[in-house]
Design a protein around this ligand. Sequence first.
Ligand SMILES: C[C@@](CO)(OP(=O)(O)O)[C@H](O)COP(=O)(O)OP(=O)(O)OC[C@H]1O[C@@H](n2ccc(N)nc2=O)[C@H](O)[C@@H]1O
Ligand SMILES: Nc1ncnc2c1ncn2[C@@H]1O[C@H](COP(=O)(O)OP(=O)(O)O)[C@@H](O)[C@H]1O
Length: 316
Amino acid sequence: MSRTSLSVVTDSVTARAPSKVNLHLGVGPRRDDGYHDLVTVFQALSLHDDIRVARAHELSVTVRGEGAGSVPADASNLAARAAQALAGWADRAGHVAIQIEKTIPVAGGMAGGSADAAGALVALAHLWKLDISRDELAEIAADLGSDVPFALHGNTALGTGRGEQLMHVLSRGEFHWVLALAREGLSTPAVYKELDRLRDSRSGDVDDDGDFLRSPDDLMQALASGDPRAVAPLLHNDLQPAALSLQPTLRRTLRAGVDAGALNGIVSGSGPTCAFLCADEQSAVNVAAELSGAGVARAVRTASGPAPGTRVLGTN
Ligand SMILES: C[C@@](CO)(OP(=O)(O)O)[C@H](O)COP(=O)(O)OP(=O)(O)OC[C@H]1O[C@@H](n2ccc(N)nc2=O)[C@H](O)[C@@H]1O
Ligand SMILES: Nc1ncnc2c1ncn2[C@@H]1O[C@H](COP(=O)(O)OP(=O)(O)O)[C@@H](O)[C@H]1O
């Protein structure tokens, strides 16, 4: 019998990256660099994007699925920028074909672009067999966008700085969410700008900065208890008034979700997706059905959290 030595070459890797909702989003005043200091509690949700990377002779990006038409399929795509950044770290050419299968709504406040960047980082580190630590990957991630480190981390985490400095938060059990997707997206910088404008227009009667950036201890205790009824009243988003100011119809969406039986509803991050926390899985299915019928959203999805961070799904 002849012996051949088999060296298995991986040609493509697929990674799965989660979406997120901010259970608490405290926003400090605008900094000199244009960013805002945050104290936020992220929870990763089961709604995800899949990112496949394959060896190629040049960089290319294709995008399919939810909102694909409004995502750039060129070097400006966050996944392509992630590939270039990782190639730079590894001192190699970033020739790779990237395929993104989107389920996360685009410009929806659920960090879809960040998920795609995290997916590209994890998939390429595997394809290129890079000896890179999670911390080094998180540093590259933070340069790509404030939410990208959390997309890598997943689960539940406290974010500080501009949201890129993370500490794991204990969260027991599974939480069930209904997501109301809006017809039009909202631009993240525009929502932060609207918050600054609203605060400027009523300066004098605002909380002091320390209050914006208080630690959400009650929420973290409620998460550790695993009781959605304890978590629900503690959901808080400083960006919500700004998102509602730019898309006033979201008020009706928020009301409709609670009327349908959700424990509470909140604008997800910079919006316009509205996220409703439900008592259990069956309640989420009922709320989703009723919200779909109410005509207050382009589409309605159910999701659970916390979901794991970005991970390799398979190789070919
Ligand atoms: C609001 C949040 C809440 O998690 O998420 P989304 O709702 O957009 O998903 C994040 O802060 C969005 O993070 P991300 O989308 O990664 O933002 P980046 O690319 O870093 O920054 C885009 C722009 O948002 C504003 N920005 C972002 C983060 C921050 N801490 N302060 C800011 O003022 C700045 O105007 C910045 O130029
Ligand atoms: N891979 C990507 N997926 C989604 N959007 C992307 C991507 N790359 C760049 N973008 C752009 O980034 C903007 C923010 O999109 P997204 O990350 O989905 O929303 P949000 O910041 O509200 O969570 C959009 O205008 C989109 O065109």
